[in-house]
Write a protein of this length. Sequence first.
Length: 247
Amino acid sequence: MSEFSQDASRLEPWVPVLGVEQRDAVLRAVGLTKTYTTGRGTLELFRSLDLTVHAGEMVAIVGESGVGKSSLLHLLAALDRPTAGEVWCEEARLSEFTPRQAAEFRNRDVGYVWQFHYLLPEFTALENVAMPLLARGEKKSEAFAAARRWLGEVGLADREDHRSGELSGGEQQRVSLARALVTEPKLLLADEPTGDLDGKTADVVFELIQRLHKAHGLASVLVTHNLEFAGRCDRVLRLKEGRLIAA
């Protein structure tokens, strides 16, 4: 049985210790530090980094290649742990999660879109979108019904029976967006979601991300090299020398 199908009441409780103003935020990173030990010594990506994102807010993060933008998203999604500092999703402190709780958190509260779509080629678009719901034990009929609704939301209702190789690059990324949002998450984290697309297709996909962000009141963090897209977000932050600064 998948870990996602376990009764959530059996998980260890999350103990909130947040104040009223803190509870207003969907996502908070406080004093975040991340270091790696390499053959050449210690590499510090972040140092006392802070970030707050509220429901309905889309934040763009820009910066040079290699400064740690993708690594920051991994920390925000509980895919990795900080060396110091804390990440909170509402009243849940991610550092307290067991591996099983972290996986359940990502399946429930986080929609993650990568630069590459990572669709499973042997499955149809409908099956790919339904996968997160099937993984946590939902009935196939219910998972497919939800997946069908989300394919409609991204404009691909007529492509549900097509496999990844039968879809264009833009269609593949729209399927991956539907897959990320089918669980009705609070957070949308997108790592260069238009980076592999041509200019016109990238614009279509970005406009779709914006529309779904607004329609579903998400708290969204978008990493991008496209400064024009970044400028359409509510805030633009630059990751530089281990900290986020207003761009």
